[in-house]
Design a protein around this ligand. Structure first.
Ligand code: ADP
Length: 595
């Protein structure tokens, strides 16, 4: 804060100006007045001295005349308040109107006497101890026939001049005092007039600085202050606009950040978290109290921290894949790190955008796994075919028994490959979005479909003497499905039932309505599935007993195709099984309106 306000400075300046100028003027007037009075008195004294010189000139000729001189002088000036002193050319006092000359000392050392004895006229102002006053001394030489005979000195007190001087001085001092007081009062008034608009502008500027940008100040002085107020109003208006723009932009940004499905975190140069959006807070369990903490405490990954430091040190953006495990949820993020620089090119923040690629990563992993499994499944029969073909060429061809056996094996393996490729193609087809879009769901009568599939698989059942029973049910039960897909489901399930049921066993097929759903059951009295394998049987290429199931001709894809189709139809498949007793699959599908 300033110690002196403009107003007090103006008042003090005013006062100083008035006091200094009046003092100078008063001093000059006083000096001039005193000088003028002294000059006038001096001239009078000189005139008187000339008259006296003229009168006594001749009396200075002889000793007799000199002796009578004192009496004459005393007589002449008896009624006057001026003092006349006659001095001879040696400085001895011959006559004095007030004193006895014989008692007076030699006067040749007095400055005015010395000047007169030198031929000029002398003048001096001294304090007279005789009169106890300041006195003016004027001396002129007494010249006769060009010879200086002595000196006439006239002295007069300066009492009148001093009295007049002190009177004028008092008057002047009073005038200065009065004028100063007047100027202070005037100064206060003028300063107030001058500073009032300034104070108004200052108050308005303070309120604007406090955020009240709609504040306006109106001044009508017609000068620079009015211009200043106008400029201030313009400034606040444009600031208000800019602020509104900034607030709108910030809100927009906050809205985007808030609703983004990517986690966004802002870190400072030291790797501490300064800001986080809603998604980041959810993923990393970030509470507002944790803002300002180091990323290691929040994200807990030294790999991420290292990437942060590298991005800051090199001032270059970085992309890393980060695996996290928060709340027992494993996730993979592709993290984009970008340094945020200020105008001075200094790094002030680091932006980290976390793109959740868990699903993508899973798809990639599953695809890689699928390709590996498919290659493995294909390579097994191929190796077998290659091996038996080579053995045949190596000579086994010549032995009819072996030849037929090996060729049969080659045929079986080729059929297995064929089935595998067929299943793979089917999966690929079902996986294709384009194919799925083309297919429309329609009401499919279930019983005729079950009968048809059982009929198609009859030779297989007969081979194993398996009794396929179809429970009687209404023909008009219809599911909202796709006939080809649903047929594939039934083929796979009934085929499995026949495959994994020993000779002479049973396969039971039934269908019924339950609420708005169609239930289809495929039940067998087969080998069953161990409980621990049940959750895995719908996985691609999963087989309970690899060696046995491969020999049964399975590809490991049948149930995964079933699950895939049922999911697409919006249904559900449940399985119950007991080893050596049998397995039951129950499909639930939406009921078609017509039924
Ligand atoms: P696969 O072509 O080998 O039969 P699936 O995907 O159809 O492959 O079946 C996966 C595995 O589930 C089979 O290998 C088999 O072990 C088991 N499985 C499927 N259906 C039955 C069933 N009805 N009885 C016993 N095990 C079964």
């Amino acid at each position: 804060m300033t110690r002196w306000s403009i107003r007090s400075r103006l008042i003090v300046s005013f006062l100083l100006l008035i006091v200094v100028s009046l003092s100078l003027l008063g001093g000059y007037i006083l000096w001039y007045f005193y000088q003028h009075n002294v000059d006038t008195l001096t001239n009078n004294l000189v005139t008187n001295a000339r008259i006296i010189e003229h009168l006594i000139k001749d009396s200075m000729a002889g000793p007799m005349e000199k002796a009578s001189l004192d009496a004459r002088i005393k007589e002449t000036t008896s009624n006057s308040n001026i003092r006349i002193t006659i001095i001879d050319n040696n400085g001895n006092v011959l006559a004095d109107s007030w004193e006895n000359p014989t008692l007076m000392e030699n006067h040749s050392d007095r400055s005015e006497i010395a000047a007169a004895l030198a031929g000029g006229s002398g003048q001096s102002i001294r304090y007279s101890t005789t009169l106890a006053q300041n006195s003016l001394y004027v001396a002129i030489p007494i010249v006769r026939n060009s010879e200086i005979l002595g000196v006439v000195r006239i002295a007069s007190t300066l009492a009148q001049v001093d009295a007049a001087f002190s009177q004028i001085r008092s008057t002047l001092l009073a005038a200065i005092l009065f004028t100063s007081l007047l100027s202070v009062a005037l100064g206060i008034k003028l300063a107030r007039n001058f500073t009032a608009p300034l104070e108004k502008i200052t108050r308005a500027a303070r309120r604007m600085a406090g955020g009240q940008l709609s504040e306006k100040v109106y001044i009508n002085t017609g000068d620079e202050l009015q211009l200043l107020a106008h400029t201030l109003n313009n400034l606040s208006s444009s600031l208000e606009d800019k602020m509104a723009q900034i607030v709108a932009e910030t809100n927009k940004l906050e809205l985007i950040l808030h609703n983004m499905d990517n986690a966004v975190i802002l870190l400072d140069r030291y790797g501490r978290i300064t800001t986080a959006n809603k998604m980041a807070s959810e993923i990393f369990d970030l509470t507002p109290a944790m803002l300002g903490k180091h990323n290691l405490h929040v994200i807990g990954s030294s790999f991420f921290d290292q990437a942060v430091h590298e991005a800051i040190a090199q001032n270059k953006h970085q992309v890393i894949d980060l695996k996290t495990n928060f709340d027992n949820q494993k996730r993979v993020f592709q993290v984009f790190l970008a340094p945020v620089t200020a105008a001075s090119n200094d790094i002030i923040r680091l932006l980290a955008v976390f793109h959740d690629i868990t699903a993508l990563q899973e798809i990639n992993d599953r695809q890689a796994e699928f390709i590996a499994n498919a290659s493995h499944e294909l390579s097994t029969p191929l190796t077998s075919i290659k091996g038996f073909a080579e053995t045949l060429l190596d000579g086994a061809m010549n032995e009819p028994e072996l030849r037929i056996k090996f060729i049969n094996i080659i045929l079986t393996e080729a059929e297995r490959m064929h089935r595998l490729v067929k299943d793979l193609l089917q999966l690929t087809k079902l996986d294709s979005d384009e194919y799925r879009r083309q297919v429309n769901l329609e009401p499919v009568p279930i019983m005729p479909l079950i009968t048809k599939v059982a009929q198609e698989l009859k030779p297989q059942a007969q081979r194993k003497k398996i009794n396929v029973e179809i429970a009687p049910s209404s023909d008009c039960i219809m599911a909202l499905a796709h006939p080809d897909w649903l047929k594939q489901v039934l083929v796979n399930l009934i085929d499995n039932g026949l495959k994994y049921t020993p000779d002479g066993g049973h396969v039971h097929l039934s269908c019924w309505k339950e609420k708005n759903q169609v239930m289809i059951m495929v039940k067998d009295s087969g080998v069953g599935i161990p409980t621990q394998d049940l959750p895995l049987i719908f996985e691609r290429f999963y087989r309970v007993d690899r060696a046995r199931n491969r020999s049964a001709g399975g590809t490991g894809l049948g149930l995964s195709i079933v699950k895939f189709i049922i999911d697409m139809l919006g249904g559900r498949i449940d399985v119950q099984s007991q080893v050596d007793i049998g397995t039951t699959f129950v499909i639930t599908l939406p009921l078609a309106d017509k039924s």
